[in-house]
Structure formats: structure tokens, C-alpha cells
Design a binder for this molecule. Structure first.
Ligand SMILES: Cc1cc2nc3c(=O)[nH]c(=O)nc-3n(C[C@H](O)[C@H](O)[C@H](O)COP(=O)(O)OP(=O)(O)OC[C@H]3O[C@@H](n4cnc5c(N)ncnc54)[C@H](O)[C@@H]3O)c2cc1C
Length: 361
């Protein structure tokens, strides 16, 4: 009997678990280890903040899903990986594996901004976030660091909640270096600027947060921005456990994998989602779209690897579809440099997200 350990209940492993609910595989023991009993779907965070979705709408109960998949579930965080002994340590307990697959996501933090870790409300790991939703709703001054898709979406969704509940004296600020949605086209940027203005969100463009104290952000230009609640959405940070375990990682600490989602130095280790950097595609965006699309390839390769069959490459598509929920059931659809704003994008997003969740809940 061989053992495959799935570390992290992230998007890619959800699709492996789904396959396992539909397939009977002899002679393999599957173990899922994840930090929390629930896996949260970040694509629906915006709707949750705005009050469109309940907590149960946006999360998946991993022990139930694992049971349906004939997979053993353990709640806990992987603290160390020994790639030579092929063991992992979780809450002091040791698990042996024949194959290990890592889908442990990323963290929303940045060690270059001093004080951030202590003063922010963390969005990732995601299971910590729902505990802070009321504080976020009721904060007089909320600062969001970041100017990309997730930062814009969170700021607008919070603004929508505040408008619904007449909290017109509350302030929301967005702090970002460069420009808003800079990876997208001019049209998307114009729409976003207009939406920010309509929602009275204060923009601090070309500002880089340097230091966070109790209730203030100090930027490299020495601008001081006060806040009561702080969200950081300025990029993904690698989980410490990968570097700490001596696995081959990139300069930011993300697990290096080849096109087959496999560690070249330790072929019994696979990885997917935010926690990896593909050697052939180092600039690949860290988003849920890639994490989900890697699922079928990871599934094939885990099974092929045990039976010494050839492995398959993950071929990322050039553009990923992104739909931002911008408040009041409207959305902004982005595809490369093209964009489309209105009710239809939100309806499409709602349909895609709810269908995704239905598969696993
Ligand atoms: C606010 C926000 C909104 C976003 N919206 C979108 C969107 O609309 N579309 C999109 O494509 N992307 C979106 N993203 C990006 C998206 O969330 C990530 O790219 C995606 O979650 C990556 O999936 P993953 O499987 O790598 O990790 P995750 O979904 O983060 O899952 C990681 C899992 O591993 C578990 N875990 C973590 N550490 C350990 C450990 N040490 N041991 C065991 N288990 C562990 C966690 O509990 C979790 O279950 C958004 C991100 C944020 C922050």
C-alpha cells in the first residue's frame, strides 16, 4: 500500500478530492492534512464582505469532503518536511509518505513593511479572516494596501456594505505604488478610477507603505495615513515551511517545480497553487484560476508517478479571466487588456462561484 499525503486543502487539492469521490483506486492510502477544518473560497470574499453571501456559502467542510473521498483527514499545519526520510511533521506528529503534494497557498503579508504582521487583519490564511468581519464593517478608517484586482475588489465591497448600512462618515483608503490595476488596460483603469471616486475611496497613488505603527501607515514618501483596520493585498508571501525544510525554493521562498508540478530535486514531492513557482513560467500569476486548472494535471501525475508512467506538463493559458465584484451586484470583467463593466459580469461571477462551491459542499 502506497501513501499519498495531500498537504493543504487548497483549490488544486479540492479537485483531487472530487476525483476521489468518483473513482475507486486500489492500494493507495490518501491523507489530507490542512490547517483548518474549512477551506475558504477567496473569490467570494468580496460578496461576503458586502453581505451578499453567508459564511456557509463561502466555505467547504474538509472533513466531510475527505470522508466522501475515502481520504483520511487531519487538521493541523505542516511544520516541517523531511524530503530525504519522506516524512512531514504536523503538531508534533510524524506522517510518512510515498508522494507528498503541497497546496498550502500563500500569505497576505510582506516582511519588508515593518509592523505589518502585527497590525493588519489577515486575509490569508483565510480561516482567520471571518473572525474579523465585524471589526472591518464597523471601522471608522480602513486602509487597504494594494492596487491590484483583490485590493480594488475588497475596498469596493466594503464601501458597498457601508453604503447599505448608512455609514457615510467611515473612510476607506487605498495605498499603492504605481497605478491602479496596472496590469490591465487603460479602459479598466478608467472604470476603476470612476468607481473609486463614486464610492469616496481615497486613493494614495504612487505611495509605498514602509512602516506600520499602532494606527498609522508611514510611506517611503513620509506620508502618514491613519487607520483603524488595515488589509494588506499587495502580493503573495511564501509559507515559511518550504524554505525552513530545505526544499528548493525561488528567491521569495516558493517551492520550485518543473512543468509536471514536481520538485526536480525531490521527485516524490509535487506542488500546486500559490505555494509554487514553475521554473518554466516564473512570472505566472498566483491566482485561483491556475490553482484550479492545475488539478487534473496533478491528479494524473500523482497516479502516473506511482506506476512509473510518463508525466504530463501543465500548460498555463496566457490570460486568466478575472471578474471583480464592484458592489451592488455589478462587476468588472477583465481578460488581458479587455474589460467589461455592468450587471452581467457580476451575474456570471456569481454563477461560476456558486457552481464551483456546489461541487464540494
Ligand atoms: C481577497 C482575495 C480575493 C481573491 N480573489 C480571487 C479571485 O476572484 N479569483 C482568483 O482566481 N483568485 C483570487 N484570489 C487569489 C486566490 O485566493 C489564490 O490564488 C488561491 O486561493 C490559491 O489557491 P491555493 O490552492 O494555492 O491556496 P489556498 O486556497 O490559500 O488554500 C491553501 C490551503 O492550505 C491550508 N494550509 C496553509 N498552510 C498550511 C500548512 N502549513 N499545513 C497544512 N495546510 C496548510 C490552508 O488552510 C488552506 O486550506 C484572491 C485572493 C485574495 C486574498
Amino acid at each position: 500500500m502506497k501513501t499519498i499525503v495531500l498537504a493543504g486543502g487548497g483549490h488544486t487539492h479540492l479537485s483531487i478530492l472530487n476525483k476521489l469521490t468518483q473513482t475507486i483506486i486500489q492500494d493507495i492510502k490518501w491523507i489530507l492534512i490542512s490547517s483548518d477544518d474549512y477551506q475558504y473560497y477567496s473569490g467570494m470574499f468580496s460578496g461576503y464582505i458586502e453581505g451578499l453571501y453567508s459564511l456557509e456559502d463561502i466555505r467547504i467542510h474538509l472533513p466531510d469532503l475527505a470522508a466522501r473521498a475515502n481520504c483520511e483527514f487531519h487538521q493541523g499545519s505542516v511544520e516541517e518536511i523531511n524530503p530525504v526520510e519522506k516524512t512531514i511533521s504536523v503538531n508534533g506528529q510524524l506522517f510518512s509518505y510515498d508522494l507528498l503534494s503541497l497546496d498550502i497557498g500563500s500569505h497576505t503579508t510582506n516582511p519588508e513593511i515593518s509592523g505589518l504582521e502585527h497590525h493588519q487583519t489577515r486575509l490569508k490564511p483565510a480561516h482567520e479572516f471571518p473572525d474579523h468581519i465585524t471589526e472591518l464593517h464597523l471601522a471608522r478608517r480602513t486602509a487597504v494596501i494594494g492596487g491590484g484586482v483583490a485590493a480594488c475588489e475588497m475596498a469596493l465591497s466594503l464601501a458597498a456594505w457601508k453604503r447599505k448600512y448608512m455609514r457615510k462618515y467611515d473612510q476607506i483608503s487605498l495605498i499603492y505604488s504605481g497605478s491602479l490595476l496596472e496590469k490591465h488596460g487603460e479602459k479598466a483603469q478608467q472604470i476603476m478610477h470612476r468607481l473609486m471616486q463614486e464610492n469616496s475611496i481615497k486613493l494614495h497613488e504612487d505611495e509605498r507603505a514602509k512602516k506600520i505603527t499602532n494606527n498609522q501607515i508611514v510611506t517611503t514618501n513620509r506620508t502618514v495615513i491613519p487607520f483603524d483596520q488595515l488589509l494588506y493585498l499587495g502580493g503573495a508571501q511564501a509559507p515559511d515551511v518550504l524554505r525552513k525544510s530545505g526544499l528548493p525554493v525561488d528567491e521569495k521562498g516558493f517551492l520550485l517545480v518543473n512543468g509536471m508540478l514536481q520538485s526536480p530535486d525531490f521527485p516524490s514531492i509535487f506542488g500546486a497553487g500559490d505555494c509554487i513557482t514553475m521554473i518554466n513560467h516564473p512570472q505566472l500569476a498566483k491566482n485561483g484560476v491556475h490553482a484550479v486548472r492545475q488539478g487534473p494535471v496533478l491528479w494524473q501525475n500523482l497516479l502516473a508517478s506511482l506506476t512509473k508512467k510518463p508525466l504530463t506538463d501543465y500548460q498555463p493559458q496566457k490570460n486568466s479571466l478575472a471578474i471583480l465584484s464592484t458592489g451592488f451586484q455589478k462587476g468588472l470583467l477583465l481578460w488581458g487588456n479587455a474589460s467589461f463593466y455592468g450587471s452581467l459580469p457580476w451575474q456570471l461571477k456569481n454563477y461560476i462561484d456558486r457552481n464551483f462551491m456546489k461541487k464540494y459542499q
